[in-house]
Write a protein that binds this ligand. Sequence first.
Ligand SMILES: NC(=O)c1ccc[n+]([C@@H]2O[C@H](COP(=O)([O-])OP(=O)(O)OC[C@H]3O[C@@H](n4cnc5c(N)ncnc54)[C@H](OP(=O)(O)O)[C@@H]3O)[C@@H](O)[C@H]2O)c1
Length: 350
Amino acid sequence: MFLSAAARFSLIRLSNKKLLPSQQVQLLSNDNTVSRPLFTSVSASFAYRRAPRRALDFKGTACDLKKQSEPFVEELLTGDMSVSKRLGFIGSGQMAESLARGLIEKGMVTGSQISCSDPSPARKDLFKTFGASPYESNVDVASNSDVIFVAVKPQHVAVVLQEIRPVLKSTHTIISIAAGITLETLLSAAGSDAKVVRVMPNTPCLVGETAAAMCLGGKADVEDEKLVRLLFEAVGKIFTVDEKLLSAVTGLSGSGPAYVFMMIEALADGGVRAGLPRDISQALAAQTVLGSAKMVLETGKHPGALKDMVTSPGGTTIAGVHELEKGGIRASFINAVVAATNRADELSKL
Ligand SMILES: NC(=O)c1ccc[n+]([C@@H]2O[C@H](COP(=O)([O-])OP(=O)(O)OC[C@H]3O[C@@H](n4cnc5c(N)ncnc54)[C@H](OP(=O)(O)O)[C@@H]3O)[C@@H](O)[C@H]2O)c1
């Protein structure tokens, strides 16, 4: 620990919001007399990604800081964001690849810590390109891993877990990302003593910006939760929820990318209708969604307040907003999330 618990701090200042690789974060005392580099850029950018607002705005004592933002501060202060565990991917498809790539790119693990299996030689060859060790059998992957990602399609999950069950140890953390496969199913296939974590990520995992949620089952404990959080924060954001809420997560963030893709497509069509070339229109639409999402996350302001800030009396934006309201856009989004949640519930009971 770099800080005495009694010290007061008025500001954690990131030396540059973009946290370029050579930069370091500084922690200043409230009278600004102490200023010392504390963290390497890797941990700083990690911390900044996780909690930009807290990192920039926090005021209070170190004790308050610790209390309010565990485990954020603990990780911020210890600095080292790498994981020494061996990771095994059973199923080396799209999601496994994006997770493995994200973890390596963020310096969380090296390729040599990763093993994988898949029926397709092409998928195993692909994993080899970033230093992972492919195995013919799922059992070998499990035997050579501390953390096992079950990244096969939902219908294959139980079979895979039954297959590796004889080599599972009490130290294994099993992470299933399969949609709709409940903790009960995971535990009945892997054994009720297994440490299982069910994670619902979404497709932007492929570009390092997933919105995910997890719930713990069996013997999984707070250490497993911390580990899973660390791993998934290399490729986006993750929250812990009760399992009964995972269908709602599926309805919102799991299915959400499709809603947003439709929105981008429609905005782009609007731009084309108004005379813009297709490529420029689509790029403007996508960048508008990206920038607006960043404003919500980084300012912490209510989206309605941000909307009001750009809606001047009698102006262009309120004219557009009026049309959206006439089309029932809010009710449509709410209904979409509710319908997808209900469907996820139905599917998980099949
Ligand atoms: N893609 C998403 O956006 C998303 C979002 C949330 C959750 N998920 C979940 O993530 C999981 C993986 O999805 P994905 O999109 O990555 O699917 P994927 O690209 O089809 O990957 C699954 C891989 O597992 C392989 N496989 C099949 N049976 C196997 C076995 N017995 N042992 C080892 N490997 C086996 C498949 O090979 P073959 O193709 O040869 O069968 C395939 O390469 C799914 O359960 C899905 O519900 C996906």
